[in-house]
Design a protein around this ligand. Structure first.
Ligand code: GLC
Length: 650
């Protein structure tokens, strides 16, 4: 009972009751099994109570909320399949499993990758060939019919889209992938559900219990008051943050599309529902929950209603629930917010290391594209150097493209620090990537132009934004080669940064923009479908054709992944330092007991020379490049990098 002694008075006062409730629920299990749960409960109870207390602590029924929740977790554990309980123990022993250099993520739409969930089983060899150990399957849980924001408007969290199969297929796919060393990640859309979800239907039909699952208003007074400080996520096709629902005769909070109703997390019933869903999915074998749009989960008048401290408390409490009942599971926060806000998703202050295990490194992605366009790494270096330190128990999700648009998250202050105008640079990037800037190699499209702020986000596939589409059209081999090098540079950056690389489906073979989305009425208004092409398996087959674009990309990426896996210095527990040594070369340093690793990335199509003094200074008088598997010459005054060359020196 060591942990009880360390608890705060609130937690200690509640622990006895919670423990008793758990014991009752665990009755069907054998003594040792019960004990495992109770040990975990004691270990994580404080985190749970702290998270819940700051959100629900002032309620009269707070104690009941906590005790009821613990009983619910115990029941989840009772239902947890034996094989997953073994996995839990394994993860208890290796809590760094997702931080390891062996981790390689792959992100795909089930339907666009394999047709159905069962179809995924046929693609496991392919994923293994690539070297993947973590698969984020998108568009799994049953979305609403018709428009559904690419599957992010969920009508039933405990069912799958019937076109993809049945819910039991989730178990089958998870088990098959796990067998081959791959963890499944699915989206848990936390901020909102579809207007056709049973909760929303009940609310719309006048059921008060369910009306309290949402934020609804009789008049425009409150919505108007909130709107004064609220930004718009989809200003183009879903302006405003509230939607009038005639059947209810009320306004509903809808941050995203009108058919995505924001959940009211100030109601503990919502919390319990989500814990139930999380537990069910975890018991089917899902190992990573990608918690969607978390920044928006708490509303506060007079703010932009993003990144409120209560969000971090809620996430801490959800995290504790998983550690107690389904210990193998990791949480990834999808918060595409500024660096100073982002860091809280890993936990800062009293929540240090207690919130999410993984979060997207949006800045790394944005800065890659920014430097690639400007041929200048100063803004990238400045911005990433200023990142606050992260807890040693987390990992960044490092990515170059996702299924979403790219928003130019460059602050005016960071831009000014390197002599740029923030709005000017953001505007340049939109021009460059929509192909309007003279000489741009990129083929992209403007997403959600916001006349009020001037923001123009960008859609487009990795390959098209990196110049491959234009180069192939021009039938210019030199340009094709440059585009390939840019793509491999991006892959190397996310693989060498020290987080989990998240490869987006098709980027391993350079899939270009898909203009066919315009013919689908459910997609035509949302040009993010430009970069969500169906997997082209004929193109995949060309990975064996020596000299083809696909082969050069696929083998190039595989070589990077092999290098990653033999570089223990890339374990995510060690911090990544960014060095300010060159205006065109991005340089990171990772200090590790095995010795330092210096990664250099030439973001330009010119040769660049980096003083070898930098290497000497960091103990790399002799330096071996993990990527090319050879020693580099450090004797001269300069180390010369080829266009877009990358080096991982150890
Ligand atoms: C996340 C998803 C995005 C979706 C939004 C609303 O940002 O990645 O595709 O539109 O949440 O659910």
């Amino acid at each position: 009972m060591q942990n009880v002694a360390l608890m705060t008075p609130t937690a200690r006062a509640l622990f006895g009751r919670a423990h008793a409730a758990a014991r009752d629920a665990l009755a069907p299990l054998e003594a040792r099994d019960r004990q495992v749960f109770l040990i975990r409960l004691e270990r994580w109870f404080q985190n749970l109570v702290d998270g819940l207390e700051s959100v629900y602590g002032r309620r009269d029924d707070f104690d009941e909320v906590v005790v009821g929740l613990v009983a619910q977790l115990a029941l989840q554990y009772v239902r947890r399949p034996e094989s997953l309980k073994v996995l839990d123990l394994e993860r208890d022993l290796s809590p760094d499993w997702f931080q390891r250099e062996q981790m390689v993520g792959y992100v795909c739409y089930v339907e666009r990758f394999a047709g159905t969930l069962e179809g995924v089983l046929d693609k496991i060899d392919y994923l293994e060939e690539l070297g993947v150990s973590y698969v984020h399957l998108m568009y799994v849980l049953r979305p609403r019919e018709g428009e559904n924001d690419g599957g992010y408007a969920i009508a039933d969290y405990l069912d799958v889209d019937p076109r993809l199969g049945g819910i039991d297929d989730v178990d089958r796919v998870c088990a098959a992938l796990r067998e081959r060393g791959m963890s499944v990640c699915v989206d848990l859309v936390l901020n909102h559900c579809a207007d056709t979800h049973a909760w929303a239907r009940a609310a719309a039909a006048g059921d008060e219990r369910y009306r309290d699952y949402f934020y609804t208003f009789e008049t425009r007074d409150e919505p108007d008051a909130y709107e004064r400080t609220l930004p718009e996520v989809f200003p183009d096709f879903a302006p405003g943050n509230f939607t009038w629902v005639e059947s209810m005769r009320r306004w509903v909070w809808t941050t995203f599309n009108a058919y995505q109703w924001d959940l009211n997390w100030s109601n503990p019933a919502v919390f319990r529902e989500v814990v139930h869903i999380m537990g069910e999915l975890a018991n089917r074998g899902v190992e990573v929950m990608r918690m969607d749009a978390v920044a928006f989960m708490w509303k506060r008048l007079g703010t932009d209603c993003q990144n409120q401290p209560e969000v971090h408390d809620l996430l801490q409490a959800l995290r504790a629930c998983a550690k107690i009942a389904t210990a193998a599971v990791a949480h990834k926060a999808e918060a595409i917010v500024s660096p100073s806000d982002l860091i809280h998703y890993f936990g800062t202050g009293r929540r240090f290391g207690k919130v999410a295990n993984l979060a997207y490194h949006n800045s790394l992605m944005v800065q890659f594209w920014s430097s690639l366009a400007s041929r200048d790494t100063r803004l990238m270096t400045h911005t990433l150097r200023a990142f606050p330190p992260t807890p040693p128990s987390i990992a960044w999700g490092c990515y170059i493209r996702s299924h979403d648009d790219i928003g130019w998250a460059v602050t005016d202050e960071d831009a000014a620090a390197v002599g740029l105008s923030g709005s000017g640079h953001r505007s340049f990037l939109s021009d460059f990537y929509s192909g309007q800037f003279p000489g741009s190699h990129a083929r992209g499209a403007v997403f959600q132009y916001n006349p009020a702020t001037g923001d123009r986000r960008i859609s487009g596939s990795f390959a098209s934004l990196a110049g491959l589409e234009a180069a192939l059209e021009a039938r210019d081999e030199a340009l094709v080669q440059l585009a390939i090098e840019r793509i491999l540079l991006g892959h190397a950056l996310i693989c060498g940064f020290g987080g989990v690389p998240l490869l987006y489906m098709g980027d391993e073979i350079g899939l270009r923009n898909d203009y066919g989305y315009l013919r689908d009425p459910d997609h035509a208004t949302d040009n993010r479908w430009l970069h969500r092409p169906a997997m082209d398996w004929e193109a995949v087959a060309r990975r064996r054709l020596v000299g083809s674009v696909e082969q050069r990309l696929f083998e190039g990426l595989r070589a990077i992944l092999r290098a990653r896996k033999r570089t223990p210095q890339l374990h995510a527990t060690y911090p990544t330092e960014v060095l300010d040594v060159h205006p065109h070369v991005f340089v990171t340093l990772r200090r590790h007991p095995l010795g330092p690793t210096l990664a250099l990335y030439n973001l330009t199509e010119s040769y660049q020379s980096v003083p070898t003094a930098v290497l000497h200074e960091h103990g790399l008088a002799q330096a071996f490049d993990q990527l090319d598997q050879r020693f580099v010459d450090t004797a001269g005054e300069y180390l010369h990098l080829r266009p877009y060359q990358r080096l991982w020196l150890v």
